[in-house]
Design a protein around this ligand. Structure first.
Ligand code: SAH
Length: 255
C-alpha cells in the first residue's frame, strides 16, 4: 500500500501510428503497470488490449473546436488520479511530443509535483510514409524534411515561404485545409507539378494511398479522408521502386 502523501506517476506513452506491433516494448510493459489510461481518438482496441483487465480506461479524444475544453479536463483527470497515488498512462498517437500537446501535460504534471516519464513512440510523420514506400530522405533526391501542421498557419502567408526550399514536407492534420496549403506552397515558390501523396489511416488494415501533384491538390481535385499524412516532394516518386503494387491489398489511387 502506498503512503497517503505519495503522488501517482504519469507516463506519457507513444502508441505509434495504429498497428499495435509498432508499440515499443517499453510501452507494452508500462501499459500493464497503469491503473488509469487516458487515451486519444486514434488509439485502437488492439492497443488497449495491453492494459491490465482492471485498469480504468478513459477516452479523452478531442474533436476540432473543443480542444481547449478537453485539454483542461485532461489536466483535471491527471491531477485527480495522481493525488490518490495512481499510475496514469497518457496514451497518445504516434510520438507524444509531435503535435500532441504532450509537453504541456508533462510541464503541468511537474508543476503539481507529479513524476513524469516519457515513452517515445513511432511517429506517423516518418513511419506512415516509410511503410508506403516513401522515405523522407534519399541520397541525391532529398537531404532535408520538415514536419508541419497547417492548423496555426491560416491566413499567415509569410510562414509558407520558410517551407518553399525544404526538400520533403510532411503535413499532419492537413486534410481539411489541403487546398489552402497547396495553394500557399505554390504561391511561396513550390512547383505545381511536384508529386504528393496522402496516406490515409496508415498502418491500419484499411490504409489508402492517393498519389497526385501539388497543383491538383490546389485545384481541389483530390478526395481524402482524415487522418492522413500529406507528403510533398520528389521522394514520392520512389514509391514506384520500393513497392510491388500488384502484391498490395491496400487501395492506391493515382489522381
Ligand atoms: N503525435 C502524432 C501526431 C498527432 S497529430 C504522431 O507522432 O504521429 C494527428 C495527425 O497525425 C493526424 O491528423 C494525421 O495527419 C496524422 N496521423 C496520425 N496517425 C495516422 C495514421 N495512422 N495514418 C495517417 N495519418 C496519421
Amino acid at each position: 500500500m502506498q503512503a497517503e502523501s505519495s503522488l501517482g506517476k504519469l507516463y506519457l506513452i507513444g502508441a505509434g501510428p495504429g498497428d499495435p506491433e509498432l508499440l515499443t516494448l517499453k510501452a507494452v510493459r508500462v501499459l500493464r503497470e497503469c491503473d488509469v489510461i487516458l487515451y486519444d481518438r486514434l488509439i485502437g482496441k488492439e492497443t488497449l488490449q495491453f492494459a491490465r483487465p482492471d485498469a480504468h480506461l478513459i477516452y479523452v479524444g478531442k474533436h476540432e473546436g473543443e480542444q481547449d475544453h478537453t485539454q483542461s479536463k485532461i489536466f483535471d483527470l491527471i491531477r485527480t488520479h495522481a493525488l490518490v497515488g495512481r499510475t496514469i498512462g497518457r496514451l497518445k498517437g504516434g510520438d507524444p511530443l509531435v503535435f500532441g500537446r504532450g509537453a504541456e501535460e508533462w510541464a503541468l504534471a511537474l508543476e503539481h509535483g507529479i513524476e513524469v516519464e516519457l515513452i517515445p513512440g513511432v511517429s506517423s510523420a516518418i513511419a506512415v510514409p516509410g511503410l508506403a514506400g516513401i522515405p523522407l530522405t534519399y541520397r541525391g533526391v532529398a537531404q532535408s524534411f520538415a514536419v508541419i501542421t497547417a492548423h496555426c498557419h491560416q491566413g499567415r502567408t509569410e510562414q509558407w515561404s520558410k517551407y518553399a526550399k525544404i526538400d520533403t514536407l510532411v503535413i499532419l492534420m492537413g486534410v481539411r485545409n489541403r487546398e489552402f496549403i497547396a495553394q500557399s506552397l505554390i504561391a511561396a515558390g513550390r512547383d505545381g507539378q511536384e508529386p504528393v501523396a496522402f496516406i490515409e489511416r496508415g498502418t491500419l488494415p484499411d490504409e489508402r494511398i492517393v498519389e497526385s501533384t501539388l497543383g491538383a491538390v490546389a485545384a481541389a481535385q483530390i478526395e481524402v479522408q482524415s487522418p492522413a499524412v500529406f507528403v510533398i516532394g520528389e521522394v514520392v516518386r520512389l514509391r514506384a521502386a520500393l513497392t510491388f503494387p500488384e502484391l498490395e491489398n491496400r487501395q492506391c489511387l493515382r489522381a
